[in-house]
Design a protein around this ligand. Structure first.
Ligand code: TRP
Length: 344
């Protein structure tokens, strides 16, 4: 590391609106663990509870409960508090102040154009009552990213428009106040076709609201039941019928989770020729999933038995995050000349 400005910094996060599922694992968690372990980055992982409140203002209890669940999921998959700072967004006051400052550098029209926000608004059925905080959450997300001077933001592909807006805001800020204080972040997205796992029902998206998810916290029996109920090929009626593997969720999962690619290719050939039953292939998938999920589940249970430790991780992580974010905030205020009492 030649100088501090060359250090690569990761900031990423999740909204705590429920437990995390294997879609999160495939889309981001496993990649974060790899980046964390590469040793090439300083890593901040944020539980975005303020952002979760933008569309859950009347249900803070859900967010409160999810805080520890999400932390347990993190610890269980191998996010290591010795290597990554895990922080809670609402415990970092500087983020709110940065948000207020940035809000003046973006137009309402620009906010309304963000395609991810646009589709979320129609999905959530806000009608004419879009919470102002919801429309502006990409600005708060820019505060998250810039407070830690993140260079690198590993996220799902739905977050591309957020990164675009963050970069624009960074340029606006640095331009408006003639200082290179804020850092333009780069998004890191999963390779095409690898970051997304369909739901159990074959829906392109796995999500809690669709009820088609396997959670990292599901016990072995629950996972088996879910796997046995999975969507396969509706035209594959009898075992002897030739079946389709394209769009067949069981094979999509095998492609993602089975390290034995040659065996998967074999099974596909058998299935397409006819003679391989859905029950048999699902049992095999269940074993493959267990190889990944069993150790995660075991670690999760260990941490769950020690919630004091879990809260300590969040408290220590947030304390460190406050130091970093406060420093950035002071630089920002200095650049704007609004630190009146120290800048006379
Ligand atoms: N919007 C992100 C998501 O829904 C969560 C998030 C909040 C985030 N703040 C962030 C991600 C900052 C990356 C950087 O997944």
């Amino acid at each position: 590391m030649a100088n501090a400005n060359e250090k690569k910094i990761i900031l990423t996060g999740d909204r705590p609106t429920g437990k995390l599922h294997i879609g999160h694992y495939v889309g981001s968690l496993r990649n974060r663990v790899a980046l964390q372990n590469s040793g090439d980055y300083e890593t901040f992982i944020m539980i975005a509870d303020m952002q979760a409140l933008t569309d859950n203002a009347r249900d803070p209890e859900k967010i409160r409960k999810s805080l520890t669940e999400v932390t347990l999921d993190y610890l269980a998959v191998g996010i290591d508090p010795k290597k990554s700072t895990i922080l809670v967004q609402s415990q970092i006051p500087a983020l709110n102040e940065l948000t207020m400052i940035y809000l003046n550098l973006v137009s309402l029209a620009r906010l309304e154009r963000n395609p991810t926000v646009k589709s979320e608004i129609s999905q959530k059925g806000f009608g004419q009552s879009i919470p102002a905080g919801f429309l502006t959450y990409p600005v708060s997300q820019t505060a998250d990213i810039t407070a830690f001077k993140a260079t690198t933001v590993p996220v799902g592909d739905d977050q591309e428009p957020m990164l675009e807006q963050a970069r624009e805001l960074v340029r606006s800020f640095n331009g408006a106040y003639h200082k290179d204080i804020l850092v333009e972040p780069e998004g890191v997205f999963p390779p095409k076709g690898e970051g997304r796992i369909p739901g159990l029902d074959g829906n392109a998206k796995m999500s809690k609201s669709l009820g088609n998810a396997i959670y990292l916290s599901d016990d072995a029996d629950t996972v088996t039941k879910k796997v046995m109920s999975m969507y396969t090929d509706p035209e594959h009626i009898k075992v002897s019928d030739p079946g389709h593997v394209e769009g067949n969720t069981v094979f999509t999962y095998l492609d993602i989770f089975d390290p034995d690619k040659a065996h998967v290719a074999d099974l596909k050939a058998q299935y397409q020729a006819g003679g391989l039953g859905d029950v048999k292939i699902k049992r095999y998938l269940n074993e493959v999933l267990e190889a990944t999920l069993a150790p995660i589940r075991k670690r999760r249970a260990e941490y769950a038995a020690n919630l004091d430790y879990v809260y300590k991780v969040l408290e220590d992580g947030s304390a460190h995050a406050n130091e970093v974010a406060n420093k950035t905030l002071q630089e920002v205020r200095d650049a704007m000349g609004i630190n009146y009492f120290t800048q006379r």
